[in-house]
Design a protein around this ligand. Structure first.
Ligand code: UDX
Length: 451
């Protein structure tokens, strides 16, 4: 089948490459010329495991091409996926729909044949219906330009896997014809038995934001309990493991730590609340404000712990931050919890050096006032406190003895609970972790099975 994918960020670039991998002829569209040039040359414009291989294979096979022209998109195919971003609107909690609307209106003017526009971006409920009217008004083909919603649930770092082997595919459309087209697009995936849920567009839009709200709630829940563990002398990691054995609860997304960040969960729960307010049911989702606040407070609690460990003042203290990306296996620093902490430490006078295996360039652009190092050993030089804030495997593999001579003080905060405190303590480090007040007395052998 022929199709276009409009917007080639983390979602669209992977979707375009994955659709080509399924055998479709795909034209990827983006307004960013540099991004399109990189993709057309088979280069991923961001770090995403598995994407470079997928791009090269499909660009070379001629199934995947790129352009900046919406006119070309309209000429190329009659199925158009919209994958542009819906960031938080400046000065508001609502989603900023400027990119989605610009693509819809920009494309509509060239639509002269019956076609299907399939939105994948995370949007406020009601968007598909609104866009259908907008497009019908502008498009020469009128109402024969149909709109459906097919939300995407991919996680950065596992985007290729999640796109080609998703947990489910949700198609929101009231048109049997549109439903058939979407089924045909995903036919090779559906043939493996992946659940396919057809529903109306509003339900499909809500599935996505509800999923993200639920995931954010799970994370903030366990982090709230971690705070109670600190006060009560209990251990959050053991507690999370014990909870997770209950299949009704499950261990996934119950990892305590520095909380959620990235381009989705935070802005999506805010936009969901804002949309519920507009619909007159804001009270039903008011708990999402607490979820957000617990998450933000978690970052402040790490700064407080750092201050306590440095005898009450951060001013002039050299601190090393391990991790800049919002999560491992990504170079995405949008709303990165680790950089928020690093920035706060800097504001309070600390001399901060941030290390990350992949995200230093992006982090440096966002926070030029911080110090950075791409050399893990050098990053430790002179540190009076080390904070482990993004759980890259590189840090778990690190021999704590090898950097002991480099630091000024062997003090460590493991805010992600993925380092083995026993290993670090055994060679002389003092290790602290939120929600684990008894850490000093926990033998290495008793480490969580989740590690
Ligand atoms: C998320 C959703 O998972 C995905 O379905 C949606 O399409 C987009 O938003 P992503 O932002 O890529 O994906 O990251 P995810 O793996 O979900 O992690 C989000 C954040 O939560 C990260 O900062 C991560 O460190 C944090 N997290 C995750 C926890 O703090 N604890 C957990 O147990 C799990």
């Amino acid at each position: 089948m022929r199709m276009t994918v409009i917007g080639t960020g983390y979602l669209g670039a992977v979707h375009a490459a994955a659709m080509a991998e399924l055998g479709h002829d795909v034209l990827g569209i983006d307004a960013d010329v540099a991004k399109i040039e990189a993709l057309a040359a088979g280069r991923a414009p961001f770090f995403e495991p598995g994407l470079p291989e997928l791009l090269i294979r499909n660009v070379e096979a001629g199934r995947l091409t790129f352009s900046t022209s919406l006119k070309e998109a309209a000429d190329f195919a009659d199925i158009h996926f919209i994958c542009v971003g819906t960031p938080q609107k400046p000065g508001s909690h609502a989603a900023d729909m400027v990119f989605v609307d610009a693509v819809a209106t920009g494309l509509a003017q060239y639509l002269t044949r019956p076609c299907l526009i399939v939105g994948k971006s995370t949007v406020p409920v009601g968007t598909a219906a609104r866009l259908a009217d907008l497009i019908a008004d502008i498009a020469p083909i009128g109402v024969q330009a149909k709109v459906a919603w097919n939300p995407e649930f991919l996680r950065e770092g596992f985007a290729v896997e999640d796109t080609l082997r998703p947990d489910r595919i949700v198609a929101g459309t009231s048109s049997a014809e549109a439903d058939e087209i979407i089924r045909a697009v995903y036919a090779p995936i559906l043939a493996t038995g992946i659940p396919y849920i057809t529903t109306d567009a509003a339900t499909a839009e809500l599935v996505k934001v509800s999923a993200n709200a639920f995931l954010a709630t799970k994370i903030s829940f366990i982090n709230a309990i971690a705070e109670v563990c600190d006060a009560a002398g209990a251990d959050i990691l053991t507690l999370a493991d014990a909870l997770g054995h209950d299949v009704r609860i499950g261990r996934k997304f119950l990892s305590p730590g520095l909380g959620f960040g990235g381009g989705c969960l935070g802005k999506d729960i805010r936009a969901f609340q804002a949309r519920a307010d507009e619909l007159g049911v804001g009270k039903a989702l008011s708990f999402l404000d607490d979820i957000d606040e617990i998450n933000t407070n978690g970052r402040l609690r790490v700064v407080e712990l750092a201050r306590t460990m440095l005898d009450g003042s951060l001013a002039g203290k050299r601190v090393t931050v391990l991790g800049a990306a919002f999560k491992p296996n990504s170079d995405d620093v949008r709303d990165s919890p680790s950089l928020a902490v690093a920035h706060r430490l800097h504001e309070e006078g600390a001399i901060v050096t941030v290390h990350d295996p992949e995200a230093v360039a992006n982090a440096q652009r966002a926070y030029p006032q911080l110090g950075f190092s791409t050399n893990l050993d050098v990053a430790f030089d002179g540190a009076e406190l080390t904070l482990h804030l993004t759980e890259w495997d590189d840090y778990r593999q690190l021999d704590p003895r090898s950097v002991l001579d480099r630091v000024a003080n062997p003090l460590l905060i493991d805010a992600r609970h993925t380092l083995n405190p026993g290993l670090w303590r055994d060679v002389g480090w003092t290790v602290r972790a939120m929600g684990r007040p008894g850490l000093a007395s926990v033998p290495a052998a008793a480490m969580s099975s989740a590690l």
